[in-house]
Design a protein around this ligand. Structure first.
Ligand SMILES: [Zn+2]
Length: 221
């Protein structure tokens, strides 16, 4: 079987991570601080960082896109919390504020693109509900595959449970590859990859030839 796009993406992501900038590290720290801050208030959360941070390259002007994992008992039987869920609104607001506080930049642009209720996810895994209607569990798989986690032990707990269902994982990987291909074919994403390479070069680091050719092969996929 040919290598799936999602697998190529993962390999590439691993290599780029060696090029973490000072700002990338600072941003990750800010998110870890938010996790601790919310835990102190009695809320367990985790994040999945998407976008440029996955390639280690974040400059002070980069904005951050992330996914929020949280627990909501009120909506434990629903795939997602409705927009007016007071639980979720509070957690979102606290999370954004504490990241900004720790990053010492009140105007820092931070967007929570999606949220996953871990209570619902936990329940789906218990019931082994992998039906097509269960979008939340696939979304979790997709984000977990392409992102970078903050509060890794919590995320790993559920991801490992999911990985135990090998047949489903294979199906999900194929579906995730299609989604990823769609995402990659947008010009803005190609543009950002070129930007990453430029920034690495500007910092006087040598980009291994293997990585460059892998990157161009990847963009042609
Ligand atoms: Zn809720």
């Amino acid at each position: 079987m040919p290598e799936l796009l999602i697998d190529k993406y993962l390999a590439l992501k691993d290599k780029y991570r060696n090029y973490d900038t000072k700002h990338a590290l600072k941003l990750m720290q800010a998110f870890r601080y938010a996790v601790r801050h919310l835990a102190e208030k009695g809320y367990t959360v985790a994040f999945e960082m998407l976008g440029s941070i996955n390639f280690g390259i974040v400059d002070p002007h980069s904005d951050a896109d992330c996914i929020l994992y949280h627990y909501c008992e009120i909506h434990e039987s629903q795939g997602e919390c409705p927009p007016n869920c007071s639980n979720l609104s509070w957690v979102k607001k606290e999370a954004v504020e504490s990241v900004r506080r720790s990053f010492q930049n009140p105007r820092f642009s931070l967007e929570i693109l999606d949220t996953i209720n871990l209570r619902y996810l936990e329940d789906s895994l218990k019931r082994a509900d992998f039906s097509d209607e269960n979008e939340a569990i696939f979304r979790f798989f997709f984000y977990r595959s392409i992102g970078r986690p903050v509060n890794r032990p919590l995320v790993r707990l559920y991801f490992n449970q999911l990985l135990a269902h090998t047949e489903i994982v294979q199906k999900y990987k194929e579906r995730a590859s299609l989604m990823l291909a769609e995402y990659l074919h947008t010009t803005s994403h190609r543009y950002s990859f070129n930007k990453y390479n430029e920034r690495i070069l500007n910092r006087g680091l040598v980009v291994p030839e293997e990585l460059t050719s892998e990157l161009s092969g990847y963009l042609k996929a």
